[in-house]
Ligand binder design. Structure first.
Ligand code: TYM
Length: 371
């Protein structure tokens, strides 16, 4: 029996039982048939074939519409609070792949209001963090002609009139039961889901015709979109479809998620030395206590955080990953060797990312939605 766990947009704790979560949230597992259908259009992606993106809502419908020539747009987002880490990059990297594969527009919401309302941070701190976040997103290579940044407080004249339409249909009791907010919640928190709902239909409002929407995100954001899907038909809009991933684990082990608030993360701005230090010192190992035991009994890749980082992000080649799995499990590869592979891979990625991040400073204007 797995222990209790918590998953909601503000907190992820414990060893997540994803099968149980799927039942609780009412999302669907991506079946092998559906996977095959996507791969037929896009080719293979390790995050799909390894079931890292594992669940969805109405994905078949979005594909049906796409095949009929009614292309969906993508919508995802980022709440600027702490520094961005590898966990945040994961759905964004996947979103970039979706954008390229389907050749569709992407709307990216920066919820500076959300983080102000939910975190103990000043408005100014959040604005500064958001500027840093722009650089991380742009560095991933999104096409600026097809990518539009929406900032809740800056694009308020566009978002707010639509948000109040959502808010009028959303009762306090719906919000309370979805998020477990209580009487001590501030009124902004109660209103907030109305803001996160808007980009799911804003492009339809702008274009004056209904356009399907597909939202890639980690499963913690699903409660917002469950409510969004309840409300949007009442406003004459399509329900948004979604594709949802599991969590990149924190350094400390496979429980919870990599999160900036807990100091268990590898940040996009970490230096090679910092990455080396964090992996060597903190990355939970599935290796045995002594080398002798390790050689004899082998390691456990399923609970080994370094191995998980390779699986999630840094070793997309299945044959190479399987080889590492085999060698580690048999004891032929030590924990130190596995850690070194992971350190090298992360540092190679971050070196490029940080270069692109620097260049991105000149490109921000091209991404901000000015309509
Ligand atoms: P935020 O900034 O907390 O997270 C941004 C995205 O990263 C996902 N995420 C993770 N994915 C995998 N492993 C992890 N360890 C991990 N930690 C975070 C989140 O699920 C999210 O997809 N309220 C949102 C901002 C938002 C949004 C959206 C997100 C607004 N509209 C539409 C997704 C889709 C937030 O605070 O995300």
């Amino acid at each position: 029996m797995k222990k209790e766990f918590i998953v909601n947009p503000w907190e992820v704790k414990g060893e997540v039982d994803y099968n149980k979560l799927v039942r609780e949230f009412g999302v669907e597992i991506i079946s092998n048939d559906l996977l095959g259908r996507i791969e037929k259009i896009t080719g293979k992606n390790h995050m799909l074939s390894r079931k890292i993106f594992f669940a969805h809502r109405d994905l078949s419908w979005a594909l049906n519409e796409y095949e009929k020539g009614n292309k969906f747009f993508l919508y995802t987002g980022r709440g600027p609070s702490g520094k961005m880490h590898l966990g945040h990059l994961m759905p964004l990297i996947f979103t970039k792949w979706l954008q390229d594969s389907f050749d569709v527009d992407l709307w990216l919401q920066f919820t500076d209001d959300e983080k102000f309302l939910f975190r103990n941070k000043s408005y100014e701190e959040i604005q500064n963090q958001m500027k840093e976040d722009f650089l991380d997103v742009i560095a991933l290579g999104f096409n600026h002609k097809k990518t539009h940044f929406l900032i809740d407080t800056k694009n308020a004249s566009l978002i707010y009139p639509e948000a109040i339409k959502v808010a009028k249909k959303l009762t306090y009791s719906m919000v309370k039961s979805s998020f477990g907010l209580d009487e001590s919640a501030n009124v902004g928190q109660i209103f907030y889901t109305s803001m996160q709902a808007v980009p799911a239909f804003l492009p339809s409002v702008i274009k004056g015709k209904e356009i399907p929407c597909l939202i890639p995100h980690a499963v913690d954001q699903d409660p917002h979109f469950r409510l969004t899907r309840d409300i949007l038909p009442k406003l004459g809009h399509y329900k948004p479809a979604s594709i949802q991933c599991t969590f990149l684990p924190p350094l400390t082990g496979t429980a919870g998620k990599m999160s900036s608030s807990e100091g268990q993360a590898i940040y996009t701005t970490d230096s090679p030395k910092e990455v080396e230090h964090k992996i060597k010192k903190y990355a939970f190992s599935g290796g045995r206590d002594t080398l002798e035991e390790h050689r004899k009994y082998g390691g456990n890749p399923d609970i080994d955080v370094s191995y998980q980082y390779l699986k999630y992000l840094f070793e997309p080649d299945d044959a190479k990953l399987q080889k590492i799995h085999r060698q580690y499990k048999s004891g032929e590869m030590t924990s130190g060797e596995l850690k070194q592979i992971t350190i090298d891979k992360i540092n190679t990625f971050l070196k490029e990312h940080q270069k692109k991040r620097d260049k991105a400073k000149k490109e921000v204007e091209n991404f901000l939605y000015a309509g």
